[in-house]
Write a protein that binds this ligand. Structure first.
Ligand code: ASP
Ligand code: MG
Length: 425
């Protein structure tokens, strides 16, 4: 199949749909896009909705009271709708937004009231997915655009919270369901979600809406993907943390994949591979300043880049020691790796010494305890939470001194291009 003529995928994250003004801005960006070609619009949950749903779910799962939080979330959505209905003439959204939203909140309340004590991650997906369902419904109505339920299109396995895409089925469905419809105007759909063969909802991992945009672009052989952000492009650091950032105007897929892997929050790490595979350029642009150039990520050569500073918070350092002072052998490592995989803990950094082995992973109390349960008999385990992992990509000595100056390093590692360390937050 040829690239669909001029087909574009736009992705709008939580910040770009966080209130009525943001959604109206989205509408302006889409209108200015005009009729350049078919357009698919992927949206995330509004603002911090996913965090709120995670909290509500966690309370409900523990049979604790979640009503205050649920009401606040409902209130927040109704407020945004009210803001949209009160807009100046010319960009009037379609009326009767609220019927669908009310239904979603009823379904959500029902599901929360009837949670089972079974698989936490499976039920998480059924609840947390409401954020995207709500946001996409509101945005589609504000735009007067078609709404597509992505759960019937992106097929995943039942790896809850990290659904793995069945590319063959997904590609067939995308082409059957989207191609024809796109002739009738832009389509809005949910990021972050997928569906199993049995019809259950899955999620693709936190911040996974970028990945959704890439999956669709791949299957549609789109001309390009644009991620609309609250930053002017791909920067060498998070401007909320580092005052003097620089924007990369152009950067290769490979560099970007590495940055995303180390935790640069600008793009979900799984996003780049499908795009690189079909040579689909990715633009990162500012929704505050849509005319500005942004960053173009594609297959290119470029001179050495400014050092990139990447911070991952909420890290945990786990160390495993053999109980009898014997060395950590390959057999021991095999057991440790299997347990980490079973507890769904991803290794962000690891280090081996004579009688102990340490890994730095994202902290999750539930998962760490699962790991302790699995390994307690064989190893002495210690863990230290509340840590931060810093990575400097393309480092030089000035960038290392700058970042390490006032910190106590618990672990450090250096390769030719990358310097990493774990420290107290
Ligand atoms: N709403 C989801 C999250 O916050 C997915 C996304 O934003 O990409 O993780
Ligand atoms: Mg988000």
């Amino acid at each position: 199949m040829d690239n669909a003529q001029g087909l574009q995928v736009y992705k709008f994250g939580g910040a770009s749909v966080k209130d009525a003004a943001a959604i109206l801005n989205l509408c302006r960006i889409v209108r200015n896009y005009g009729s350049k070609g078919p357009l698919v619009i992927v949206v995330s949950a509004m603002g911090k909705t996913t965090n709120a749903l995670e909290e509500i779910f966690d309370l409900a799962y523990q049979k604790l009271d979640y009503n205050t939080q649920l009401q606040a979330l409902e209130q927040y959505h109704y407020q945004v709708i009210a803001g949209l209905q009160n807009v100046p003439a010319g960009i009037e959204p379609a009326v009767s937004f609220s019927a669908e939203i009310t239904t979603y909140f009823q379904q959500l309340a029902d599901r929360l009231a009837n949670l089972q004590t079974g698989d936490y991650d499976q039920q998480y997906d059924q609840i947390v997915s409401f954020g995207e369902l709500l946001a996409s419904s509101i945005v589609a109505q504000a735009l007067g655009a078609q709404l597509l339920d992505i759960r019937s299109i992106i097929r995943t396995d039942d790896t809850w919270r990290e659904g793995r895409v069945d590319w063959r089925v997904t590609e067939q469905r995308v082409q059957a369901a989207i191609m024809l419809q796109l002739a009738q105007g832009p389509m809005v759909t949910q990021g972050f979600l997928g569906g199993t063969v049995a019809g259950a909802t899955t999620t693709l991992g936190r911040e996974g809406s970028d990945y959704t945009a890439a999956i669709l672009a791949y299957c549609l052989r789109a001309e390009s993907v644009t991620i609309w952000k609250d930053v002017p492009g791909l920067l060498n650091a998070d401007p909320k943390i580092f005052p003097d950032t620089v924007r990369y105007p152009e950067i290769s897929y490979r560099e970007t994949i590495e940055m995303a892997y180390y935790g640069a929050s600008v793009i979900h790490p799984k996003t780049l591979k499908p795009l690189a595979e079909r040579n689909i350029p990715l633009r990162v642009k500012s929704f505050v300043n849509p005319e500005a150039e942004g960053t173009l990520i594609h297959d290119c050569q470029h001179p050495a880049l400014a050092p990139a500073y990447i911070r991952k918070t909420d890290q945990c350092l786990v160390s495993f020691a053999s109980k009898d002072f014997s060395f950590i052998s390959e057999e021991n490592l095999a057991v440790i790796f299997a347990a980490l995989a079973q507890a769904k803990l991803k290794i962000n950094l690891m280090q081996n010494s004579a009688i102990s082995f340490s890994v730095c992973t994202d902290f999750s109390e539930r998962r760490i305890h699962a790991l302790l349960d699995l390994l307690r008999e064989q190893f002495t385990l210690h863990y230290n939470a509340g840590l931060t992992l810093f990575t400097i990509k393309n480092y030089d000595s000035a960038s290392i001194s700058r970042l390490t100056a006032d910190k106590r390093l618990l672990l450090e590692q250096r390769t030719r291009n990358t310097f990493q360390f774990v420290c107290q937050a």
